[in-house]
Design a protein around this ligand. Structure first.
Ligand code: FES
Length: 165
């Protein structure tokens, strides 16, 4: 984090703490706002929040890890939402999940080392007729076969994106 970024973070936290300090559930509300701002909760922000709210850092991480919503890593550039809802599961989405995990070397809820993909598992994407369904960013892929996964992912790799520019 640069000095400039650090100053922005300190100002942001000071303003959030003053906004929420006397309200019930303020820790969760501040964490929500921090995550909206950064896309995750950076460790320096958690440390500063601990100091500003006079709350142990362990308590802050307890809350962050209790709620699946909060992320500790920056979001990936492309968000993969793999559906494990009933219709998709019955059509083999667990096989697709394993294929993606193997190809990208990433676990559910985590981001690839290069930051290109984040793998999220969801319960229904609202298009069960297309099961099994994978969504990447805003694009929906339906009736996906295991053999198609690599081709779909390769559309998002850096090399191809650069060649389009
Ligand atoms: S169960 Fe997968 S889209 Fe509905």
């Amino acid at each position: 984090m640069t000095q400039e970024e650090n100053k922005i973070m300190l100002d942001e936290i000071a303003s959030l703490v003053s906004k929420w300090k006397d309200k019930e559930g303020n820790l969760i509300m501040i964490l929500h706002e921090l995550q909206n701002f950064y896309g995750y909760v950076p460790r320096p922000a958690a440390l500063e929040l601990s100091r500003a709210l006079h709350t142990p850092l362990a308590r802050i991480y307890e809350v962050i890890t209790f709620y699946n919503f909060f992320k500790l890593e920056p979001p990936g550039k492309h968000i993969i939402s793999l559906c494990l809802g009933t219709a998709c599961y019955l059509k083999g989405s667990a096989i697709l999940l394993n294929e993606i995990k193997g190809l990208l070397n990433v676990e559910e809820g985590a981001t690839t080392k290069d930051g290109l993909f984040q793998l999220d598992v969801v319960r229904c994407l609202g298009c069960c007729g297309l099961a099994p369904v994978i969504k990447i960013d805003d694009k929906v892929y339906g009736k996906v076969q295991k053999s198609e996964v690599m081709g779909i992912l390769s559309q998002y790799n850096n090399h191809q994106e650069e060649s389009v520019k």
